[in-house]
Design a protein around this ligand. Structure first.
Ligand SMILES: NC(=O)c1ccc[n+]([C@@H]2O[C@H](COP(=O)([O-])OP(=O)(O)OC[C@H]3O[C@@H](n4cnc5c(N)ncnc54)[C@H](O)[C@@H]3O)[C@@H](O)[C@H]2O)c1
Length: 253
């Protein structure tokens, strides 16, 4: 790669986003490491720079249009156009069964996981269309994008929405050469997952058996990063509107 092409990873201060940003930078790209947690984003940038990569930390709240607009204005000021983006920021706090639905909690989860992806897509598509870059966008879904689980109504609804947004963006981006795809991870060892396991009475073996897919293990964040990397690289040049499932075979069990 002759010049460092610029892109954005949201939620890159932790977990999967950090790993995606590290791999993208190691392929020679410049990464805007965007997160609402600036310290986390700066930690990712330090890791990238320690291996000779190029990145900058930016604070963003994907639920706020002003904040998202400011992020992409920053990218624009860098002057090379937006070549790729990964919409990864997400939350998975405790959720409710529908009979106990707490609308405020539902709105909070939808605001980050669905509305936040839509908002980022708005500014990414605008930037790529106006710069004439045949951009690549990857949205991060979940196995909850295609299989519901009881007691997680908001998270499931938000992640089903990510596939709908991906396919709509792919339809609208196609004429501009913009490819938009979705990666759906199974359970990966990240701070989000570890936080949800805290205090659980379920044994590790039973947990892995329940969520680990046919490969019988929890995934590692770099295994998701590899799938994302393929979709933002030229190697996937004829792939758009696709959902790539990286779940150790959970879907087919
Ligand atoms: N870890 C898994 O097993 C798993 C499985 C399927 C899908 N996912 C999805 O992968 C993505 C990343 O999850 P993770 O496990 O790495 O979680 P994580 O909690 O480790 O990281 C999420 C990051 O998003 C950031 N973030 C949250 N809200 C934000 C906001 N409003 N604006 C900007 N940044 C915000 C957080 O600060 C954090 O750095 C999420 O979309 C999640 O739903 C994770």
């Amino acid at each position: 790669m002759s010049e460092r092409v610029t892109g954005v990873v949201t939620g890159a201060g932790s977990g999967l986003g950090r790993e995606i940003a590290l791999l993208a930078a190691s392929a020679g790209r410049h990464v805007f490491v965007a997160d609402r947690d600036l310290a986390g984003a700066e930690g990712t940038v330090r890791l990238i720079e320690s291996t000779g990569g190029s990145a900058q930390a930016v604070i963003v709240d994907v639920t706020s249009e002003d904040s998202v607009a400011a992020l992409f204005a920053d990218v624009d000021r860098r002057g090379r156009g937006l070549a790729w983006a990964v919409n990864n920021a997400g939350i998975h706090p405790d959720d409710d069964r529908l009979a106990d639905l707490d609308l405020a909690a539902f709105d909070r989860i939808m605001a980050v996981n669905a509305r936040g992806v839509a908002l980022c897509l708005k500014y990414e598509m605008r930037a790529m269309q106006s710069a004439g870059t045949a951009g690549r966008i990857v949205n991060i879904g979940s196995t909850r994008s295609f299989r519901a689980i009881s007691g997680s109504a908001a998270y499931v609804a938000s992640k089903f929405a990510v596939i709908g947004l991906t396919e709509t963006a792919a339809l609208e981006g196609g004429p501009y050469g913009i490819r938009v795809n979705c990666v759906c991870p199974g359970v990966m060892s990240t701070p989000m997952v570890r936080a949800r396991r805290e205090g659980s009475v379920e044994s590790e073996a039973a947990y892995v058996d329940r969520v680990g897919g046919v490969l019988g293990r929890i995934g590692s964040p770099d295994e998701v990063a590899e799938a994302v990397e393929w979709l933002i690289s030229d190697a996937s040049s004829y792939v758009t509107g696709h959902t790539l499932v990286a779940d150790g075979g959970y879907r087919i069990r």
